[in-house]
Design a protein around this ligand. Structure first.
Ligand code: 26Q
Length: 749
């Protein structure tokens, strides 16, 4: 890319009286076009990342930074009287929901930075994840029309549109390519569905409600739509270049399935090879085995996709036939391998009247990975136990990472400048970040770090003021729990812990308590009743504390609205403590924890997911670990767990729980939350995420943090140690591991 030419073009733009959005589009188009021209088709072997989510966030600043022109453009604009921060009003492209989608975006960024040919394939949703407002304490959802600002980063490729056939309709899949900038330019290809009202619906919404038959059919259509478009395209490309010797297909293409949503790609691959090209079924499966790989991101049973056979038969009869055939083939293969009846059944693809998508992936895929050490062990021991027994060589671990370019360089210029002076070369070689450790013995440098944190907190406070109309308590410790709202992540436990702190403060038990702010950011799935109740409960606690003059200068709770990538960028920069408190064994990895670590927040959390590796690297003494570990949780599950036993010895916990009975409960949320904690529900025992097992230790950890923070310099050392140990959690490292162990692709630049 010719930087000078790009800058000249930007310099020549007339900005006088121009709308910011028009200007945004003009500048972006200049950069995007230059980048897209640069996008390479791959000379030899490439990897393709199939994902139903790509949570890219804002592209503007990131792409300018990757193009190496961010500061120059800032200057050019300043001369013309335009502040580059004005482009912050352009909202994020939120084509994803949480960790899995953000991971996909980090991987694309890292692959481009490492010169690796990795291409993303997904859906160009018209509406991304809903925009959330908090009204009267309740979550309210509004459509996210992200394209209203234009989409200058995408290139419509009409010439490469394909037709996807369902039994009842034909749909055009029109690709839109977004260049992914870095040392090498790759692209993300998102398909838009066209061809009439019904067809269009396929790419209208991310995660349409699937509690009805119609909803389920739409989800199946979405999954097949993009998987089939992508796989069809790769096969056509292969045939055009190399002919029909499909045994060579895996030499050129590696396909990574980001969880089970794109598993239809396997069925489509088998369909095309066996039906269109008459490849024998067994041979086609063997080729698929060398091509497809599968990443699991969750062990929660409700997230394991099962599709009723009759639905698939109705709209995708050929795919239904392929899946049935694959089921028979799998059963035969497994018997021949010596599996017992029960074992075969547990790995079977067709079970009852359903197809189990994870079992399709596990039977076919060459490599199967979890996303943190503990998670990869759990899937071998539990979820895919039989498969791990008969095909141990397929299983591996790839601990997640995050891109330091977005999550440190871009979001935290103040800390980055400090790193420039204390850990020179870290931008080019991220391992160098460990040099920051040197400053732990230098009181002046520690003081500088503390000032950086304060500056970021002020910026965060301003941002929150602008969005929510409140400011952070000055000088407070900032704790943050920002992630999808889910019971297993236990935002409810944090709400109880804060309530206990509140009771203690009211009783005057913590006279030296350093002012503390608890930030929450989370969206609940629109139909997730309990999660919505938890949001309302947190907001009720926030209001109770804010209204109490005796404590409201010591304790503050803020639930930010519409938490998204851009909000996350500010929050991770300005926080002191990252709350990662999932029930041990349930958070596959977590990636927010890594972003906080890189930005100098200590982790207060359980031994779960990547937290375990974070404390391995940064030292348990520099973080605040509490709660039951996996073995204990397993044993409680097995031998019986009664929250009442814990509540009996803990009056404050009882009082916190009782808030659910004292706050007014217009929608019946609290009654249900109280009941699920104390008596359970038809499908689970009371408090099945073990909140009351861990709550006492959680409160103690928060009090310890508060006390430790008094020695600000010593606390800063812990924060610095976390930053200095974060190199391992760069997605550059993760992507290099995928490239070397799974995809066998090389730096092509
Ligand atoms: C499945 C069936 C039916 C409907 C929806 C789903 C569904 C949708 C999205 C299941 C799972 C997801 C998303 C999961 C996810 O984001 N998992 C997170 O992945 C991160 C990246 O690996 C991890 O760090 C997190 O621990 C994990 O929760």
């Amino acid at each position: 890319m010719n930087k000078r030419q790009i800058l000249q073009k930007i310099n020549a733009l007339d900005t006088e009286g121009k709308d910011v959005i028009v200007l945004y589009n003009e500048i972006s188009e200049i950069v995007a076009e230059a980048a897209y021209k640069d996008a390479k088709t791959c000379p030899s072997r490439r990897a393709c990342y199939f994902s139903i989510e790509f949570l890219i966030g804002r592209s503007f600043y990131n792409n300018l930074m990757e193009a190496g022109i961010l500061s120059e453009v800032k200057e050019i604009l300043a001369k013309k009287g335009v502040d580059i921060s004005e482009f912050e009003q352009i909202e994020d492209a939120a084509l994803g929901n949480g960790g899995l989608g953000r991971l996909a975006a980090c991987f694309l960024d890292s692959a481009a930075a490492e010169g690796l040919p990795l291409y993303g394939y997904g859906i160009r949703y018209k509406y991304g994840l809903f925009r959330q407002a908090i009204e009267n304490g309740y979550q309210v959802e509004y459509p996210d029309d992200w394209q209203r600002f234009g989409d200058p980063w995408s290139f419509r490729r009409e010439d490469q549109a394909r037709t996807i056939e369902f039994a009842d309709m034909k749909v055009r899949a029109v690709p839109y390519d977004m260049p992914v900038l870095g040392k090498r330019t790759n692209f993300l290809r998102l398909y838009q569905a066209e061809g009439g009202e019904e067809a269009q619906k396929i790419s209208e919404y991310l995660y349409p409600a699937d509690d009805t038959k119609e909803g389920k059919l739409l989800r199946i259509r979405q999954e097949y739509f993009f998987s089939a478009a992508a796989v069809g395209e790769l096969i056509d490309q292969f045939v055009a270049k190399h002919g029909k010797r499909f045994a060579f297909f895996p030499r050129y293409y590696s396909i990574q399935l980001n969880d089970t949503h794109p598993v239809f790609a396997i069925a489509e691959f088998l369909r095309i090879l066996t039906v269109s090209y008459k490849v024998p079924f067994q041979k086609a499966v063997a080729i698929a085995q060398k091509t497809f790989h599968y990443t699991n991101h969750t062990i929660l049973p409700e997230a394991l996709e099962c599709w009723p056979e009759k639905y698939i038969k109705k709209i995708l009869p050929q795919i239904c036939a392929v899946l049935k055939r694959l089921d028979r083939f799998a059963r035969r293969t497994l018997f021949a391998r010596g599996c017992g009846d029960g074992e075969v059944e547990s790995m079977a693809i067709r079970s009852g009247q359903n197809f189990r998508m994870a079992n399709v992936a596990v039977f076919v895929c060459g490599r199967i990975n979890g996303v943190a050490k503990i998670h990869s062990e759990i899937i071998k021991k539990e979820l895919f136990q039989t498969a791990a027994k008969y095909f141990p060589e397929r299983f591996c671990n790839k601990t997640n990472g995050v891109t330091q370019r977005r999550w440190l360089m871009l979001n935290n210029p103040a800390l980055s400048a400090l790193l420039d002076s204390c850990a020179a070369g870290w931008r080019e070689k991220f391992d160098k970040i460990s040099d920051l450790r040197k400053i732990e013995d230098d009181p002046f440098a520690i003081e500088k770090f503390i000032r950086v944190k304060e500056e970021n907190k002020r910026a965060l406070s301003d941002y929150i003021f602008q969005k929510e109309g409140v400011r952070l308590l000055p000088g407070a410790i900032v704790y943050a729990q920002v992630k999808r709202l889910h019971e297993y992540k236990r935002q409810l436990m944090t709400a109880f812990a804060i309530s206990e702190l509140y009771f203690k403060l009211k009783r005057g038990e913590c006279p030296d308590f350093a002012p503390s702010v608890f930030l929450f950011g989370a969206k609940s799935a629109p139909s997730y009743f309990r999660a919505k109740g938890i949001i309302k409960f947190i907001n009720a606690i926030a209001a109770m504390i804010a209204a109490d003059e005796t404590v409201n200068q010591k304790l503050q709770v803020i639930f930010v609205q519409n938490y998204n990538v851009s909000y996350a960028e500010k929050i991770v920069a300005g926080s002191d403590v990252s709350l990662q408190v999932s029930t041990a064994g349930l958070e596959a990895s977590g990636t927010g924890n890594m972003k906080f670590m890189m930005n100098g927040a200590v982790t207060c959390g359980t031994m779960d997911g990547a937290n375990i590796e974070i404390v391995e690297h940064a030292g348990r003494e520099n973080n605040y670990i509490f709660g039951a570990e996996v073995e204990e949780i397993d044993s409680l599950r097995e031998n019986g767990y009664d929250p009442a036993e814990y509540l009996a010895h803990d009056e404050d916990a009882r009082r916190a729980l009782d808030l659910l009975r004292t706050f007014p409960d217009e929608k019946g949320y609290y009654t249900e939350l109280y009941a699920f904690l104390t008596i359970g529900a038809s499908w689970h025992k009371p408090d099945h995420y073990f909140i009351f097992r861990d709550l006492g230790e959680y409160v103690a950890a928060l009090i310890k943090i508060n006390a430790d923070y008094k020695d600000r310099a010593d606390f800063a050392k812990k924060q610095i140690e976390n930053i200095a140990s974060s190199a391992y959690f760069s997605s550059d490292r993760t992507i290099r591991e995928y490239a070397a162990d799974i995809w066998r692709i090389k730096d092509e630049k």
